[in-house]
Write a new protein. Structure first.
Length: 180
């Protein structure tokens, strides 16, 4: 385990197993629809790629980069687009892929945006859900694991841009918070 973590919540094997299960459900639900799978940078990099590899149906992939945290530890509530889709959303069955839903600000914003572009459908898959963090009314259609009210890092999820490369998910030890 990385020395800056307090504990591992999900090992790489547990994640792989759950991703496979989710991919089976998604493959069933989107059979014949050629969904547009939209990975939300940067947190969902690992999950998006691993999920795509487990799908047994045709799908397209695109990415959007949005941010509301920057280097801070709490959501600013204001979501900014850093990179937009390069695919036309109109008429598409879109599956937004996220690493975690916390306040819900990011996903509420994205769902409204893509619905407004007249996608045929917009659904959300999030590997993690932290229900205790929710500030707006939104939920994912597919969730991998529920997580407690703790500082989560790894498997794409960062603190101040660090720890994304860890192949497992764990709780950050706040003794290692960067002090200004
Ligand atoms: C994190 C995370 C989710 C979002 C969840 O992204 O990856 O996208 O915050 O929080 P919310 O439900 O409170 O909106 P962040 O904005 O830190 O950008 P990143 O993915 O590039 O790290
Ligand atoms: Mn993110
Ligand atoms: Mg972040």
């Amino acid at each position: 385990m990385h020395p800056h973590l307090k504990e591992v919540l999900f090992t790489r094997e547990q994640i792989a197993e759950r991703v496979k299960e989710l991919a089976e459900v998604v493959s069933r639900d989107y059979e014949g629809k050629n969904p547009l799978v939209v990975g939300i940078l940067k947190g969902s990099i690992m999950f998006t790629v691993d999920l795509l590899k487990e799908l047994s149906i045709d799908a397209e992939v695109d990415f959007m980069d949005v941010t509301s945290y920057g280097y801070g530890i709490s959501s600013s509530g204001e979501v900014r687009i850093l990179k937009d889709l390069s695919t036309v959303a109109h008429g598409r069955d879109i599956l937004i892929v996220e690493d975690i839903i916390d306040t819900g600000n990011t996903l509420l914003y994205l769902k409204k945006l893509l619905t407004g572009r007249q996608a045929k459908s917009v659904k959300i898959i999030s590997l993690l859900d932290k229900p205790s963090g929710r500030k707006v009314d939104i939920d994912a259609d597919y969730v991998g694991f529920e997580v407690p009210d703790a500082f989560i890092v790894g498997y794409g999820i960062d603190y101040a841009e660090r720890y994304r490369q860890l192949p497992y998910i764990g709780v950050f030890n706040e003794e290692f918070l960067i002090k200004e």
